[in-house]
Ligand binder design. Structure first.
Ligand SMILES: Cc1cc2nc3c(=O)[nH]c(=O)nc-3n(C[C@H](O)[C@H](O)[C@H](O)COP(=O)(O)O)c2cc1C
Length: 352
């Protein structure tokens, strides 16, 4: 059975216009990434994981993550932590900042996070996980979502025992990335577990992991009966994957389109992070945009070595002069929001 990926669905009162959500990715999901995802058909976007300890301390850099643009909605702000009280405070801050959903991270496998008792570790401490969800759900009026892995160890089925309890504690939707924390990003996502979870809970489930094409999305939706799929790595430097999956393109941009999107991304990221931070942050995106056989490899090497983003822009336009017109149209159609420059952090964490 083919699912219409352009059909809306709901998480409580929040209407999500398509069946594709853009994954939260630490060090990637800046505002430019999320706005771009929405433009290409993602029905829901998510901030990267935000430290509840940082928020409750009023850490200026962490607070920067709560900057939300008007055209990002619906948007989830993802928080992580291990203390229900601090998570409650963080959730309220996310709601006040304009989040349509507060998402809780029970998936991050990175030691820096798990050693504090947060992230995927909570799948091994379901009582605490439930207390966190309960505290957050009572603290905010927006729906609460949880994103989790299958468990800590390879082959673990913890998500199937913990998931229903999290729903009872107040989660309005669950996203499952069915790899173990130990696996990190190796192997494959086992969506037979997602199908089992869908059978166990009466809230919408989102399937995350290895969704790289429309065919794959359709297959996962059909076999799991999940409400939506989530796209992560396939969308890095590649918003065309989102439109291909949603059903509005062939996923094959022209060189001019690639350069226009990359330059827009650069400009927005510079506004968001400031030029100094953005210069380093953006380097990984050059490979993502220009790779996949789109431009010769030495071209990326050349860009990475240029000292300023202005020079990068100049070099990109020299390679695809027609991109200027496309960019001008994009900037007219999707103007930047405010011009406030926030000193935002570049996350060191590795996600979920
Ligand atoms: C660089 C990177 C950072 C990530 N950061 C987060 C994060 O902050 N929070 C989270 O819940 N998941 C995070 N993830 C996991 C993704 O959201 C997603 O579940 C995972 O990558 C599987 O989907 P994919 O195969 O479509 O990439 C991250 C993944 C990557 C690759």
């Amino acid at each position: 059975m083919q699912v219409n990926l352009r059909s809306p669905w709901r998480i409580g009162p929040v209407e999500v216009p398509t069946r594709v959500a853009l994954a939260p990715m630490a060090g990637v999901s800046v505002q430019a990434f999320r706005r771009q995802g929405r433009r290409y058909g993602a029905g829901l976007v998510c901030s990267e994981m935000v430290s509840c300890a940082g928020l409750s301390r009023g850490n200026e850099r962490t607070l920067g993550y709560l900057r939300i643009a008007g055209d990002e909605h619906p948007l989830a702000v993802q928080i992580f932590g291990s203390e229900p009280t601090a998570m409650r405070v963080a959730a309220r801050m996310a709601e006040s900042a304009g989040a349509d959903l507060v998402d809780i991270n029970f998936g991050c496998p990175v030691r820096k996070v798990t050693k504090t008792g947060a992230g995927a570790t909570l799948l091994d401490d379901p009582d605490r996980a439930c207390r966190i969800v309960d505290a957050v759900a009572r603290a905010v009026s927006v729906p609460v979502s949880v994103k989790m892995r299958r468990g800590l160890e390879n082959g673990s089925r913890s998500a199937l025992t913990v998931g229903p309890r999290l729903v009872d504690a107040g989660a309005a939707t669950l996203t499952l990335h069915p790899r173990s924390a130990k696996q990190m990003y190796t192997g494959t996502a086992d969506h037979s577990l997602t199908a089992e979870l869908v059978d166990l809970v009466d809230v919408p489930v989102v399937a995350s992991g290895d969704i790289t094409s429309r065919a794959r999305a359709q297959a996962v939706l059909a076999t799991t009966r999940a409400a939506a799929v989530m796209v992560g790595r396939a969308a890095q430097g590649n918003p065309w994957a989102i439109s291909e999956i949603v059903g509005g393109g062939n996923g094959q941009p022209t060189r001019e389109e690639i350069v226009a999107e990359l330059v827009l991304f650069i400009r927005e990221t510079v506004r968001e992070l400031g030029e100094q931070r953005a210069t380093g942050f953006l380097k990984k995106f050059y490979g993502w945009y220009l790779g996949r056989g789109r431009f010769p490899k030495p071209f990326k090497q050349e860009l990475v070595q240029l000292p300023t983003v202005v020079e990068v822009e100049r070099r990109l336009f020299a390679a695809a002069p027609g991109a200027r017109d496309i960019l001008a149209r994009l900037e007219e159609e999707f103007p930047a929001g405010d011009e406030v420059l926030l000193d935002l952090p570049i996350s060191v964490y590795g996600g979920g």
